[in-house]
Design a protein around this ligand. Sequence first.
Ligand SMILES: [Zn+2]
Ligand SMILES: [Zn+2]
Length: 351
Amino acid sequence: MAEENHRVALTYDASDEYRPEPPPAPEIPAWKDGSIRIGIHTSIAGDIAQALDMAAGLGANALQIFSSSPRMWDRGTSRVSEADAERFRTRRKELALGPLVIHSNYLINLASPNPVLRARSVQAFHQEIVRALALGADYLVLHPGSALGADRASAIAAVVQGLKQAARGLKLGDLRILIENTAGQGSCLGSNFGELKEIIDGCPELPLGVCIDTAHLFASGFDIRTEAGLEATLQEIERTIGLDRVAVVHMNDSKTALGSRVDRHEHIGKGKIGIDAFRRILSHPLLAHCAFILETPIDKPGDDKRNVAALWRLTGRVVRATGTGMKPRPKKKAATGRAGAARRPKRSRGK
Ligand SMILES: [Zn+2]
Ligand SMILES: [Zn+2]
């Protein structure tokens, strides 16, 4: 009996056929309009979403932030709540800011030969990726790390392993991890592009790219002051990692001399690199796909605005800041300074 009923029901009606909805076309964010992107590292002190309004108020159309305190270990307290993340993503869309670059914590050292520090670094970088995904970041910048006592080859192998461990179990989607070139201070990896290439080649399954910092280039011996020097540098990048891997350029003039291997950022045009070099970098066709992000000091109020305006001026545009800008950053303690006082944790009043 059941079989008979079955047969009756077997009329084919084409309209019954299951047709999956075509997948929605990926939404192209407003900032990906091909226009030049100039940003600045903006403070998240107070409220993370305020960093967006701060950047926009300074005349930037892109930004970089830390997603938690950059000089403290993540003790599991630095998760971004979904409500904050949602508010942040919405406000960013409204302001059409992009790309959003997150700079990782300075303490992370995936190359560390110390197993405790290395494990802590992997865990902290894992949390960096989690927060970057929550905030909808485009790029997460990481310093390759410091070999300390280890030899270069095992330090690079440790970075490769560390990156894989940190990313394990996470869907990175459109997020790209950018390894930054360094000034080559001490035993820091990444002051030459061969080392960055080794890291990238070691992780073919990860979406890795590179962030180049002009001050680090200069301090590590790339003479980008002249047209010929810039060309030679770009050729070296192309020959090793490939310029298409470079997504962000940190735009910092340098307080220190060519090849000094000491990293000290200076205002655009006020340092040893000079204004003409920045004009050439901003207009170079081989860097046209990059975002340009300032990490210049704030010695006095308005320095942030002036540096953003300086970059826009070099592109031939006048962009006026409407916001008040960031407060001057406290100077790094001098070697002979009151280190104890500087290290004492800040306590907010009444809490
Ligand atoms: Zn950096
Ligand atoms: Zn630097």
